[in-house]
Ligand binder design. Structure first.
Ligand code: KG4
Ligand code: ZN
Length: 362
């Protein structure tokens, strides 16, 4: 974590963190809140299927977790004996994938005689901006990944209110499904970004859903359908010109970014906040970064982003939460279980003003 300005004595607390909630296997060593080493291994097994296959994901985690553990320890220049606690993601995610990381973490906790700290993956994303810079509470956080699109009021570590979420597809899913319709590879997000950078975002006006809705929710399934009909009607024989592909990517991307932009700034203004953190894989999108920065400087607000390695799933953010919990001596029993999918739609219907990660565990 960046220097918080506080004067705290170095305690040399070492957290070993594990993240296996989806299709990235990651291990990190966090020393006094700072990243000593982190390794992320992304699974290529899913490319040919055009999406994450849960069974393949858990098998791939099993194959790589042990060598990654060893390499991460070596990279940090420590031994297993130096570790003070084991932090691990136990929710939400693919249950088979979560179980691999959780069981390895439990085994390590027993073998090393050290405490176990289970971490909510969403909470780790919310605080991931603190890994590289100082950010004061409160702030608004936009979580945008392949599985999540949520707006959180982050009042402090452990104190979060879910304001809104997607009612159907996540923003990353919209990018990936759009990429698939356009015949691009998987995941489509980075490819739509790359082609879109050369295109005209005003080429076609795709729908921006729920902009007139007073909630902080998002919706992207209509956009994907609209792209399907657009391609059927305008390109019945497929897209042959690269310029057209670039223009369609740019226009489709613009619709996703605009929906995120309008809703996020409206929520920040509603709360009276001037700090906005954007976390998760989609925050790597270059058009999103450009438009959010542009609007923020006009409105006198500040955007907080992370380096690409901390935007996508990684164990460093899990270790950061683990370190915060270690300082409060908040540990978990070895009987703790993994919890799978979180239905954002269900969570958000609990109403404005009140869902915290602790609620989501119920
Ligand atoms: O956070 P993440 O690595 O994994 C989870 O889903 O939890 O996010 C992956 C998502 C994918 O949908 C991918 O297409 C999207 O992030 N993504 C992007 C870009 N880079 C990754 N979407 C748009 N533009 C990008 N540059
Ligand atoms: Zn994630």
């Amino acid at each position: 974590m960046a220097d918080s300005g506080e004067t705290h004595a170095k305690t040399n607390t070492i957290i070993l963190a594990i993240e296996t909630s989806c299709d990235d296997t990651s291990v990190a060593i966090i020393r006094d809140g700072e990243v000593a080493s982190v390794i992320v291994s992304s699974q290529a097994e899913h490319e040919e299927w055009g999406g994450v296959v849960p069974e393949l994901a858990s098998r791939a985690h099993l194959n790589v977790i042990s060598p990654i553990l060893t390499r991460t320890i070596e990279k940090a220049g420590i031994t297993f004996g130096d570790v003070n606690a084991i932090a691990v993601t136990n929710e939400p995610g693919l249950i088979g994938s979560l179980l691999v990381g959780l069981n390895v973490a439990k085994g390590l906790a027993v073998a090393l005689g050290k405490p176990l700290i289970t971490v909510n993956h969403i909470e780790a994303h919310l605080l991931s901006v603190m890994l590289e810079q100082k950010i004061d509470f409160p702030y608004l956080a936009l979580v945008v990944s392949g599985g999540h699109t949520m707006l959180y009021d982050v009042q402090g570590a452990g104190n979060y209110t879910l304001l809104g979420a997607t009612r159907d597809d996540a923003a990353g899913e919209a990018f990936d499904k759009g990429g698939k319709l356009l015949g691009l590879g998987y995941p489509g997000g980075p490819l739509v970004d790359r082609y879109g950078a050369k295109g005209d975002p005003t080429y076609h006006k795709f729908p921006r859903s729920l902009l007139d809705d007073s909630s902080d929710d998002f919706s992207f399934s209509g956009l994907k359908t609209s792209l399907r009909y657009f391609l059927r009607d305008r390109y019945p024989n497929g897209i042959s010109r690269e310029e057209d592909l670039a223009d369609i990517c740019a226009s489709y991307q613009e619709a996703i970014v605009d929906s995120l932009l309008v809703k996020t700034f409206r929520a920040a203004k509603g709360l009276g906040y001037s700090r906005i953190a954007i976390v998760g894989g989609v925050s790597a999108n270059s058009r999103l970064r450009e438009k959010f920065q542009e609007k923020a400087s006009k409105e006198g607000m500040t955007i907080f982003l992370t380096s690409p390695i901390y935007s996508t799933d990684n164990a460093a953010m899990i270790g950061l939460v683990g370190w915060l919990r270690y300082k409060d001596r908040k540990f978990n029993e070895l009987t703790v279980t993994a919890k799978g999918a979180l239905s954002e739609a269900k969570a958000v219907r609990r109403g404005k003003g009140g869902v915290r990660p602790s609620d989501l565990r119920k």
